[in-house]
Design a protein around this ligand. Structure first.
Ligand SMILES: NC(=O)c1ccc[n+]([C@@H]2O[C@H](COP(=O)([O-])OP(=O)(O)OC[C@H]3O[C@@H](n4cnc5c(N)ncnc54)[C@H](OP(=O)(O)O)[C@@H]3O)[C@@H](O)[C@H]2O)c1
Length: 199
């Protein structure tokens, strides 16, 4: 919803009908607010084929299976918002042996894919509250400087989000691990959708 006002968005799913339905909801909701948008749905492979930038909005445990069923990531910018977490009383960061979800994903993608970590610390509920501003900082890291710049421009196009260059992809574990911290702060202080603002 937030991105389709600025970019041609394609929503991918294992179930094409579900993606088309999500896309129709997006268009109806935005047009109802007098906003023009560009959004369509499709199967994951079809959407990957037509995309320059791909957001892997998938739970960590399903990342491997999803990526291995797809082909054609070469040359594409791939954004990982993926946070490997677990819970036992409190939330904790639970990274794979590679050190972070992003570094794990890097090992699954072809060398020519341009991986960027971003959007890890914004609650989904805030994205969905379309009539409210998103007033957060977004840490972005990558080993590909041009891809990082493109993703930072995308971040800065959305509401009041502000992108910050956090350095190379190796910083991903730090960015990803902020999310369980935010969830614990929300839980133990009876807050909702706690986020990050750098100043
Ligand atoms: N939710 C948040 O507030 C939030 C905030 C920051 C970052 N993140 C990160 O963003 C990612 C997505 O989070 P989410 O809450 O949106 O997850 P989710 O709603 O549980 O799942 C997102 C999508 O993943 C696909 N999926 C689910 N099970 C699958 C399976 N068995 N195999 C393949 N694909 C499967 C589904 O797509 P289809 O059924 O359409 O194929 C589903 O709609 C996670 O890595 C999370 O850490 C989430």
């Amino acid at each position: 919803m937030r991105l389709s006002v600025h970019y041609d968005v394609a929503i991918g799913s294992r179930d094409e009908a579900k993606a088309c339905s999500s896309s129709e909801c997006t268009v109806t909701l935005l047009r109802g607010r007098g906003l023009s948008c560009s959004c369509r749905g499709g199967g994951n492979q079809e959407v990957l084929d037509v995309s320059d930038v791909v957001i892997l909005a998938i739970p960590f445990k399903h990342v491997r299976q999803t990526i291995e069923q797809l082909s054609g990531f070469e040359g594409k910018i791939v954004i990982s918002p993926v946070n490997p977490m677990a819970r036992s009383g409190h939330f904790y960061y639970d990274p794979p042996a590679e050190g972070s979800a992003a570094e794990f994903i890097k090992g699954l993608l072809p060398e020519e894919a341009r991986l960027v970590t971003a959007f890890n610390n914004i609650a989904g509920n805030r994205w969905r509250a379309i009539d409210e501003e998103l007033d957060y900082s977004v840490a972005v890291c990558s080993d590909d400087e041009d891809a990082k710049k493109t993703v930072m421009d995308i971040v800065n196009s959305v509401s009041r989000l502000r992108a910050y260059d956090a350095g190379p992809l190796a910083v991903s574990s730090i960015i990803e691990s902020i999310t369980p911290l935010l969830l614990n702060i929300a839980r133990f202080n009876k807050m909702k959708d706690v986020g990050v603002l750098f100043r």
